[in-house]
Design a protein around this ligand. Structure first.
Ligand code: 5GP
Ligand code: MN
Length: 324
């Protein structure tokens, strides 16, 4: 699919006229959110535009991504003036922008660049491609139409977005385009081994202990077609793991053979954050939406007000219906 040339031209026009630009992404930022926001800001700086990156609710990148160039440039949304242009990356709706929502609503132009299939098209210009592996890959493909030649720094940010959103080139979104774009990025100067080491070989002992707890609690149900696990605030306190180190725990749960759908419940302050993953066929995005969340067919999430015990039966029932 890709981004239509006329949309890329409109984006170039909006940027030409922009006095101030803020670039933001979704709450609970992942590698695509961080890599894309930093990569786009580096790209815009090459056009002479001093774009400011924001991450909902925080003024620094999660520790895992602090190796990325310019990761210290994030500013708190609440400190910023409403910009002429807000660019929302990897974000399907206003609500998912967290405390950057007001900046996005106030901006004269709101550009949405996203690959979520349930994107609410909430921008004045929406560049959407549900087939794209990552927003990092979408941005990479936009560079020529913005007359931007990639630097190693830019390529490293966008490659980190791509490698994390494809699960290191292994999820079903790992298309020929994902590999082609990755090859171009590596040719532009990405140090693949350095990114791997920084993202995947840099865990604290506390994070490993948290993984241990998550794995110990894996519970297969329905002959193992569904499996789940859970963690709560005590686990962070007792292991010493940081909240950000819980980001990819669901990837540990999904390694269980035979499970078609897996989920992880993170219980904190009367709320449960749920991550869902489908390994074959099932649409967990629709299940997440039925609980007020959203996401992709194979990777989705939602927040439930209550305890894991109150959620469990209803969630299992909804998952059984999608598998049936
Ligand atoms: P994760 O489980 O990694 O937090 O999220 C998986 C996918 O589902 C991501 O694409 C994320 O944007 C989406 N997602 C997670 N939680 C929510 C939510 O509460 N609302 C919506 N709309 N999407 C979510
Ligand atoms: Mn993404």
């Amino acid at each position: 699919m890709g981004v239509a040339p006329e949309d890329a031209d409109r984006l170039a026009g909006i940027l030409r006229d922009a006095g101030s630009v803020v670039v933001g992404a979704h709450v609970d930022p992942d590698g695509d959110a961080v890599g894309s926001t930093l990569g786009l800001c580096i790209a815009l700086q090459r056009l002479g535009i001093a774009a400011v990156p924001v991450l909902a609710g925080q003024d620094h990148a999660p520790e895992t991504y602090s190796f990325l160039p310019h990761s210290a440039d994030y500013r708190r949304a609440g400190e910023l003036e409403t910009p002429d242009v807000f660019i929302a990356l990897d974000t399907p709706s206003f609500a998912r922008l967290g405390d950057a929502e007001a900046l996005a609503r106030g901006a004269a132009e709101l550009v949405v660049i996203d690959h979520h299939p349930d994107n609410a098209r909430f921008g004045t210009l929406c560049l959407l491609d549900a087939k794209a592996s990552s927003v990092g890959a979408m941005l990479w493909e936009l560079l020529p139409s913005l007359s931007i030649t990639p630097t190693p720094e830019l390529a490293t940010c966008l490659y980190t977005a791509l490698v994390t959103d494809t699960g290191r080139f292994s999820y079903s979104n790992t298309s020929p385009a994902a590999f082609r774009i990755a090859a171009e990025m590596v040719a532009a100067g990405v140090d693949v081994a350095q990114v791997f080491s920084a993202v995947y070989e840099n865990r604290s002992a506390g994070a490993l202990a948290l993984i241990g707890r998550t794995l110990e609690r894996v519970t297969p149900v329905d002959d193992g077609r569904i499996a789940f696990s859970w963690i709560d605030d005590d686990d962070y306190a007792q292991t010493g793991a940081l909240k950000a180190e819980g980001e990819n725990l669901i990837d540990e749960v999904r390694t269980l053979g035979g499970a078609q759908v897996v989920f992880l419940m993170k219980h904190t302050d009367g709320q449960v954050r749920v991550s869902l993953r489908a390994k074959a066929g099932a649409d967990v995005g629709s299940v997440a939406r039925s609980f007020g969340g959203g996401g992709h067919t194979a990777a989705a999430g939602f927040t439930f007000e209550g305890s894991p015990d109150e959620l469990l039966d209803g969630l299992l029932q909804a998952l059984r219906e999608t598998l049936a």
